[in-house]
Design a protein around this ligand. Structure first.
Ligand SMILES: [Zn+2]
Length: 268
């Protein structure tokens, strides 16, 4: 039985906007009550003053099902595990387009593997309009370094993954942004180069999980004064192609079913 998750990735943008006290992006699907309930229970109010979105690429839901024990460091820092259905075609710029605008691909305009600047209203735009500061940290060729350019926010375009994660830790320490978005594409690259469950790919998966846990620990240390929402939020899944490599883009549960994990850390 091919079961697809019922909640669309398009509900996340408005949920994060609401968590930051901003209006939903103009074309976004409605916010999820699960996120505001999480905040209310965790910090006693429905808004956070810091959001850290960690975006590892291509972490399929089946990876969580099959390698659940790997994810324990993510589970330790989060309280909500949310099964989501991403959009078609399930490739990176299309999916991150929908994640941060809350709109379907025909509305945000990226409907294939291309990386133009998205012109419609996004989470970044609404957060900036509400007077807050936002930043994206990613490697230069990544979709996330390109499709949300031309906003009055900070972009940290790095040469490799290690630099991205070092810069992200610096930014957590400096505590200058209300919304901090960090992209890691090393699992996706390893999976394409080999296959989704190769040693190289599974090591990249573990690396993504440990990176998130490291950010969460830095948040504990440097963002003590804030109510914080943390997200481990991927874009799409992956499957093994007939040629034997990691692939995605298809209308398959392996590509469309993903899990997001959200956690709240109340100020102390
Ligand atoms: Zn991707």
């Amino acid at each position: 039985m091919d079961t697809y998750n019922s909640i669309s990735i398009c509900h996340i943008a408005a949920s994060i906007a609401r968590a930051l006290g901003a209006r939903p992006p103009e074309h976004a699907a409605k916010p999820l009550n699960a996120l505001s309930t999480l905040l209310k229970k965790g910090c006693g109010c429905e808004t956070a003053d810091r959001v850290l979105m960690y975006n590892p690429d291509a972490i399929a839901m089946w990876l969580f099902q099959k390698y659940t024990d790997y994810f324990l460091p993510v589970l330790e820092h989060t309280q909500l595990a949310l099964p989501l259905r991403t959009v078609m075609p399930s490739v990176t710029p299309v999916c991150f387009g929908s994640l941060y605008t809350g709109a379907m691909p025909h509305v945000h305009g990226i409907q294939e593997y291309v990386k133009p600047v998205i012109k419609i209203d996004s989470l970044f735009d609404t957060v900036l309009r509400s007077g807050k500061r936002a930043a994206i940290v990613a490697v230069g060729k990544a979709s996330m370094s390109n499709i949300y350019l031309e906003r009055d926010m900070d972009y940290y375009i790095c040469g490799n993954n290690a630099e991205v994660n070092e810069k992200a830790l610096d930014l957590i320490r400096e505590d200058r942004h209300d919304l901090l978005v960090v992209y890691n594409g090393n699992y996706d690259s390893a999976s394409h180069k080999t296959y989704p469950e190769s040693e190289l790919a599974l090591n990249a998966l573990k690396d993504n999980i440990n990176t998130f846990a490291g950010f969460a620990e830095a948040v504990d240390k440097y963002w003590k004064r804030h109510n914080v929402l943390l997200g481990f939020a991927t874009d799409h899944g992956t499957h093994k192609s007939e040629e034997g490599n990691g692939a995605h883009g298809s209308d398959l549960p392996e590509d469309l079913n993903i899990m997001h994990f959200y956690g709240v850390k109340p100020k102390s």
